[in-house]
Design a protein around this ligand. Structure first.
Ligand SMILES: Nc1ncnc2c1ncn2[C@@H]1O[C@H](COP(=O)(O)OP(=O)(O)OP(=O)(O)O)[C@@H](O)[C@H]1O
Ligand SMILES: [Mg+2]
Length: 291
């Protein structure tokens, strides 16, 4: 659906490029996490995907429409929705429903279709009950959901989110992440820029950038299990993966391809079973005889 060909970009003519000869193909319906150290070019790259930035060299195509062609701008932005970290900056309406209606209203759709889209989008993000509320009275998490509803009302094929959970409390974070998985299961493509490797583990494909280049592209298993490599990039591996890595460093035969507490519990239980059945290992016992 999106093809990036030899994309090079410098903010000012003559400056050294921030993106260097980058190539990338994204299919419909993918759930992608984009990770990389501060300043490596993640935001600059995604801003190219809906023509907020135009390449200095190379090309970005959305469904074969080039972002260089100003006539395709509206169509590209309809297909690729973009949300940023600070949801406050994206609020335009006096009420929740007015805010969501803003985008489809601008497409010149009949009012009945705008209403249908607003209702559907607010239902999908579970904000339908707050439709009349002034947006400034919403919590940070609800504002992020409102921003998502605004994107959904445009009926995009893919949404691009730049650190959408960065300023949210753990509960709101969980809500947004659960919603992203659900939207993806309904066919919506997602590109999620994040500094959290735990969040990246939720994606189906992880892209890693460093110094303006795409340096790795694989499954969470391929990428996030490389604990030492992530650390050399200045990225903190998922906590659970790091725990398994430390056990491995201590000589235990465990996988680092593990990202959830449940999988870690299973792996550690299997390890304990192996140790239990090996003749030269004795579990310490409590006074009541339990191990
Ligand atoms: N508007 C701008 N004008 C000039 N240089 C910029 C501009 N925005 C970003 N840069 C520079 O481009 C490089 C890439 O920045 P970008 O914001 O794309 O990185 P990032 O990976 O999103 O970083 P972060 O993880 O901190 O969000 C950085 O060196 C940054 O200083
Ligand atoms: Mg950024």
């Amino acid at each position: 659906m999106i093809r990036v060909h030899n994309l090079t970009y410098a903010y000012e003519k003559g400056d050294s490029p921030v993106l260097k000869d980058l190539n990338l193909h994204i299919a419909e319906g993918e759930y992608i996490a984009l990770i990389g150290p501060n300043g490596c070019g993640k935001t600059t790259l995604i801003r190219h995907l809906n023509a907020l930035l135009i390449p200095s060299a190379g090309e970005v195509l959305v469904d074969e429409l080039s972002t260089r062609n100003s006539k395709s701008l509206l169509e590209i932005r309809r297909r690729v929705g973009m949300a940023f970290q600070n949801a406050d900056n994206q609020i335009v309406g006096m009420s929740v429903e007015e805010d969501v209606a803003f985008g489809p209203g601008n497409l010149g759709l009949p009012p009945i279709e705008v209403r249908r889209r607003v209702d559907e989008a607010l239902t999908r993000v579970s904000l339908i009950g707050l439709r009349s509320r002034p947006p400034h009275t919403l919590s940070g998490g609800q504002k992020q959901l409102l921003a998502l509803a605004g994107l959904l009302a445009m009926e995009p094929k893919i949404i691009v989110l730049d650190e959408p959970t960065a300023s949210l409390d753990p509960e709101s974070k969980k809500k947004v992440l659960t919603l992203l998985r659900k939207l993806n299961s309904q066919g919506l493509g997602i590109i999620h820029v994040t500094h959290s490797m735990d969040e990246a583990a939720l994606a189906d494909r992880v892209l890693v950038m460093d110094q303006g280049e795409l340096i790795a592209d694989g499954s969470p298993g391929d990428i996030l299990s490389r604990v030492e490599w992530l650390k050399t990039l200045g990225l903190a591996p998922p906590q659970i993966t790091e725990l398994m890595w430390q056990l491995q460093q201590g000589g235990e035969d465990v996988s680092t391809c593990i990202f959830t507490v449940e999988d870690a519990a299973e792996e550690i239980t299997a390890l304990l079973e192996r140790l239990r059945s090996s003749s030269n290992f004795c579990f310490p016992r409590k006074a009541d005889g339990h191990v």
